[in-house]
Structures are given as C-alpha cells and as structure tokens.
Design a protein around this ligand. Sequence first.
Ligand code: PSV
Ligand code: MN
Length: 388
Amino acid sequence: MADLAAVKRALTAQRIETPSWAYGNSGTRFKVFAQPGVPRNPEEKLADAAEVHRYTGVAPAVALHIPWDKVDDYAKLNAYAESLGIEIGAINTNVFQDDDYKLGSVTNPDPRIRRKATDHLLEAVDIMDQTGSRDLKLWFSDGLNYPGQDDLRNRQDRLAAALRETYDRLGDHQRILLEYKLFEPAFYATDVPDWGTSYAHCIELGERATVCIDTGHHAPGTNIEFIVAFLLRQKKLGAFDFNSRFYADDDLMVGSADPFQLFRIMYEIVRGDALNPAYGISFMLDQCHNIERKIPAIIRSVMNVQEATAKALLVDRDALTRAQDAGDVLEANAVLMDAYNTDVRPLLAEVRTDAGLDPDPIGAYRRSGHDEKIIATRVGGNQAGWGA
Ligand code: PSV
Ligand code: MN
C-alpha cells in the first residue's frame, strides 16, 4: 500500500506552470473565435493566471512568450505578478512569426536572418535576467517542405552554432529547454523533429541544456513514458509542455484525450523521484482553448494533471516490483491498473480542504464572479491573441 500521508504531501508540493498564451484568443488556421473578457495585455493574462492559482493552489508560475508578452518594464511586471501571489516562469522564444523566417530561423541559409533569430534568443536571456526566470524554452519551426530544398547537415551545423551562442550567454542559474516537434509547419523534414535530436544537441551544449517534451509532438502511438524514463535516467529531462491530442498538435486540455497516457507518464515521474519541484523538472501546460472558456479550462487541465499524479503516487510499488521480479505479467499489470482505476477525486478534495482551498476549484471559480467581471470590464482595446 502506498503511504497516504506521503501521497498527500507530494500532491501538496506539486507545481504546474500555466502558459500566458492560453488565456488569450487562439484558434486554428481556419478561424480564431474571439471570446469576451479575454486579456488585452500581459498584466491581464497574469491576473487570469492568478485566478487559476487561487483555486488550485498548485499553479503559481506563468510562462511568457516573447514578443507576445513584451513589456517596457519587466521589473514592474514581476512586481505585479508578485502582488497577485504568482511569479513569472519560463521565457518562450518566438522565431516562427516573421516573414524573414519563411525558410527557417537559426537554420536559414541567409546569415543575416540567422543573426536576427539568434539575437532574439539572446534578447530572451536578457529578459530572463530581469524576470528572474530560470528557463529559456526554445522551439524552432525550422524545416523543409521539399527534398533538396536545403542541406540537412548544414542546417544542423547552423542550429548547433545558434544554440552554442545562446547557451554561452546563460547565467549560472539559467538553462535551455529544447523542445522538438515531429512536423508542422514543415512537412518533409524538421530540424528538431524528435527527442533524440534534442537530446544530442543538449549533450553537446552541456549540463544546463535539457529536453522539453511537448506531449502533442509525437507520431501517433509513440510511447512517451519510455522517453520520460530514458531522459530521466540520463538526467536530461527538463520540462513538459502538457496538452492532449487526438491527431496532431491539437493543444487540447491535457488528460482529456488519453488520461491513461498521462497516468503512465506521471508514473515514470514518480518512479524517477522527479515530482518534487526541487528535482528541477518544470511541468508546464502548452494549450489553446479555442471553443471553451479559458480560465475554467486551465483549471480543469491542472486538475487532470493532479488526478493522473495522484493515481501514479498510489501505485503499490513494492507489490509491482515483486510481481515484476517474479515475472508475473498479469499481476504486475493488475497492480498498475488498480492504481489507475482508483477514484482519486475524494483524495484531492481532501488535499485542497487541508490547504484551505475549496474542494471544487471549478465550482469555486464559477461562483467567484471573475468571469462576469472580466466580460464586463475588459471592453475596448485589442484582445491579446497569438494571431492564429
Ligand atoms: C509549437 O507547436 C509549440 O508547442 C511551442 O511550444 C510554441 O512555443 C508553442 O507551441 C506556441 O503555442
Ligand atoms: Mn510546446
């Protein structure tokens, strides 16, 4: 039996970072459905993130995306976050929304464009110095649509050079999280398509470069928990971008399409003793809420991660090891499934009550009147969105 007091302590200590862009308007390449009350600036995004933390108690950090969240005074933004009881987390870079990047950013054949893209990465580190952020998250949309379009190997060399320059600019407490993605927007070849490519570049860079697993960035059927186990063993797992997918990079609420997969991922985290924030893994969401209200959707996502984590913590690891060592296939599988099939909602309600929170975060948010307030007051100005 898992030690219930220890399970509760682990759930209380858990931290989940939410993305600023999930609070703003988003959509598919077909249509952005604007919602009333959506933030018009980074401050309003922070205010919404603070609501998520207020009702869940485990989401005190919000990731920024530059230039979407660019401000003149980051010290002021930091102080505002602090006044709301939250903090600024990872700084995400954006080298995918400029005409210059049509043929790539840091891998572009044109040295001027490579310089511009690398300068953006360096600028992001300058911002981290001001926000006190530890994590620089890099995702490159770079790739090719046609065989022969550019030289695959030269592009790896250009990527390595930009990463090296950025890594060398990091302060002692800062690190690079290198994200990968199988395809899109490029379809024939992507310059960082998989965890192996990210891992190899991170090894080349040094110990402050680690892999970020975006759960939506794999081929269907990929065993993501294997990647988690492998990278943990190598001490090269730095972060998650959690979301859910049915087909591709759907960016749906984590744990909605496949809660069992999320449980299997969280089991490897628990198995690797990597849940505690002190271990250094950042559990971020990277989602877009295109058709549902955003704040309750993010609260639901945080709760989904908590539920998967609680189930993972409930696995009777002694019984599992015994069954595994005995080669008892059915019993080993049954031990894991017993934990997965446990209804952990009462346990999480207890953890919330113990922390002085409402046991029902979504109900509490709905009753708070925040949704009505933002709809009534956030009128005029331009809604912040990522322009999809
Ligand atoms: C790319 O699809 C990605 O997962 C990267 O993390 C970007 O920064 C983010 O989505 C933008 O939504
Ligand atoms: Mn991502």
